[in-house]
Design a protein around this ligand. Sequence first.
Ligand SMILES: NC(=O)C1=CN([C@@H]2O[C@H](COP(=O)(O)OP(=O)(O)OC[C@H]3O[C@@H](n4cnc5c(N)ncnc54)[C@H](O)[C@@H]3O)[C@@H](O)[C@H]2O)C=CC1
Ligand SMILES: C[N+](C)(C)CCCC(=O)O
Length: 545
Amino acid sequence: GITCPKPGSARRCLSAAAPHGISPMLAQSRLPSFLLLLPRLRSLAPGLAMSSATGTVTVQQPLNYRAGARVHPADGGQLEEVFEPATGRVLCKLPCSGEKEVDLAVQSAKAAFKIWSQMSGMERCRVMLEAARIIREQREEIATMETINNGKSIFEARVDIDISWQCLEYYAGLAGSLAGEHVQLPGGSFGYTRREPLGVCVGIGAWNYPFQIACWKSGPALACGNAMVFKPSPFTPISVVRLAEIFTEAGVPKGLFNVVQGGAATGQFLCQHPDVAKISFTGSVPTGMKIMEMAAKGIKPVTLELGGKSPLIIFSDSDLDNAVKGALMANFLTQGEVCCNGTRVFVERKILDTFTKEVVKCTRKIKIGDPLLEDTRMGALINLPHLNRVQGFIKQAKEQGAEVLCGGDPYVPDDPKLKNGYYMRPCVLGNCKDDMTCVKEEIFGPVMAILPFDTEEEVVERANATKFGLAGGVFTRDIQKAHRIVAALKAGMCFINNYNVSPVELPFGGYKFSGFGRENGRAAIEYYSQLKTVCVEMGDVESAF
Ligand SMILES: NC(=O)C1=CN([C@@H]2O[C@H](COP(=O)(O)OP(=O)(O)OC[C@H]3O[C@@H](n4cnc5c(N)ncnc54)[C@H](O)[C@@H]3O)[C@@H](O)[C@H]2O)C=CC1
Ligand SMILES: C[N+](C)(C)CCCC(=O)O
């Protein structure tokens, strides 16, 4: 029979390993209870007020970080309200950094780069391992901050934080083995290559995985000997400053990792700064295009992690129980606000009815509500405009002939403090056609579209008929078919018989409009370093003149 995913199973799927190699469930049970953590939470994150229950937190501390300390920006001044998605309350007013503050952050990074880039890989490794250790130790506090600012469930935020420290640990491990090669040339001459850092790298992040995105960028950047100035999304400015403090606590030179806050204007100052050597961006396609244009003016390399509309193909020979779980994992993590989500679920017609019935049954069981409660599996969307945008897609889908099989409507929790939060019921759409807007455009919300198919050839063609190419997945018991399908998919990250797991050892990134460059895995080293070739003459110069 088919069972819905059980609490705990998602964490097993999502997180490659747990602290100290023990199971994530065990790791969690060894942590002190949430209440016991409160005094510690206050001392570690003084920006958070007395209690950290939903609806009680306000952030007072400065959220810029420069030269090893929290600072108020030197200029800018325009204030952005930051909301708590679960309640709709204002968490803080964020001053956006201007050109002067951006310059100070870049200069601070430049000074730290001089020290950090001269250290050996093993020395950098030790500092990064210490940062990973501190994150692991403070997992609960950081996950709580992330939940309060992003609206995702605490259950998921813990997984994000685990992936974050695993990422730093992974790149710490690589730092000591970064090396060039030695090449013998005629007459005893030889050449060698050196893998050198780029300098000051800029990271610009989206709001869906604030802490994790910052680790996916700073991990490889710092391992290669670079410095970084990071700008989170103005919707989620809080947790990344904690990462900056942790790096300092771990022993990086002051200024190695700085945080500037703000939106497009601040981002532009960063991208146009002449002392910036590289830009790594996670966000939407239109912004990605602008970033590339700005980078072109300074011949700066870019990494672009952009949007997607990925296919998930379910064959009739799949293990149906796993295929249903896979479809839920592919669509409903972080309220569906995930770039690599498999939102076009192609189902072989023979099992369309059985599969759809089970997916709808399991989707209806997803517990929505206060994201800090242990049993919540879906929290609030990032903000009201975004909730309205997602609602607009569902309305349009109905107008174009799709059938709402479940959810799709706003959800108002019983708890009075959550009444103004941005909740909706996860939605499954049936009767979808390839040319509907809900099937073509990235919705970035909890909306799954189900599309029947008949043949392998047909489904591959339809799966690839998109401007995006971030991810794709296939469920089947036929191993030849599975590998044939993923080989034919035009997407950077493919899953066989699972979806949306994130082992940091594997490169992640897109094809086509989903961007280029890779994060995670050894591959990311290429994007945060440059190769110097040294040619050594052991004989006399044979001059042409
Ligand atoms: N491929 C991936 O890894 C991911 C992609 N995304 C994509 O991101 C989008 C949602 O994130 P948003 O934050 O709304 O995207 P966005 O593109 O509006 O903003 C992303 C970041 O860029 C900054 N920014 C905006 N305009 C800028 C400019 N002109 N110059 C420099 N920086 C600028 C923003 O302040 C923010 O920090 C979705 O479309 C999603 O597909 C989101 C997460 C992961
Ligand atoms: C962690 N994972 C795989 C669920 C999502 C990562 C990509 C993103 O930032 O949206």
